[in-house]
Design a protein around this ligand. Structure first.
Ligand code: FE
Ligand code: FE
Length: 203
């Protein structure tokens, strides 16, 4: 398989390698703003989705790790230039949660990485333990649910329950599903600069 990262994402990767915590936060926020203008689903752009999720975390007084996990949980889509309008969007599962996790691995504490890695299985988990959860999902999210494997088997559910950061992943998932409101006013990316620096220093 050829490298799934876009040329711009590869450039970001090399910038982050030598970045101080300050410029680490700068470069990531720049990237979100530069690439986040494409549509995530019917209602919001990818940047709007990220900012709404981060704001829900902030309003819930979550720690910096969870605020950053909310902000960056769909970074994988941007790293691969995946968006609605590309012919294979939501019909080909490019595993954005794993792409983001391995991209961020060297720079983030385990809680952030696990919450991001598990945000897709968390949707499958929530729908498995509570079938009504599916009804609250956006239509794009319901479509990708099937593609991502649908309801979990008992075995998958048990291994999910053994995850040390299961609660963080489920919490992130609930914010994710609420972060799709057209036109909602939320703080700018810069509001999360200090959180990114803090989390970078925890790694
Ligand atoms: Fe996602
Ligand atoms: Fe999301």
């Amino acid at each position: 398989m050829s490298d799934p990262l876009s040329p711009r994402a590869l450039r970001l990767q090399s910038e982050l390698r030598k970045a101080s915590p300050q410029s680490f936060a700068d470069r990531l926020l720049e990237f979100l703003q530069e690439k986040g203008g494409s549509r995530y689903d019917e209602a919001v752009t990818q940047l709007e989705h990220a900012l709404q999720a981060a704001w829900l975390a902030r309003q819930a007084r979550a720690n910096a790790a969870m605020v950053v996990a909310a902000l960056l949980h769909d970074l994988g889509h941007l790293l691969m230039d995946e968006f609605e309008g590309r012919s294979d969007f939501l019909s080909n599962d490019l595993l954005h949660e794993r792409i983001a996790t391995s991209f961020l691995e060297a720079y983030m504490p385990q809680e952030v990485l696990d919450a991001i890695r598990l945000h897709v299985p968390a949707k499958r988990y929530l729908c498995s333990v509570d079938p009504s959860y599916l009804n609250h999902l956006s239509s794009a999210s319901r479509r990708s649910f099937a593609l991502q494997g649908g309801v979990m088997s008992d075995h998958e559910r048990r291994s999910m329950e053994a995850e040390p950061f299961l609660d963080s992943a489920l919490q992130l998932r609930r914010w994710d599903d609420l972060a799709k409101i057209a036109g909602k006013a939320v703080p700018a990316p810069q509001a999360y600069h200090a959180d990114l620096m803090e989390v970078r220093l925890l790694a």
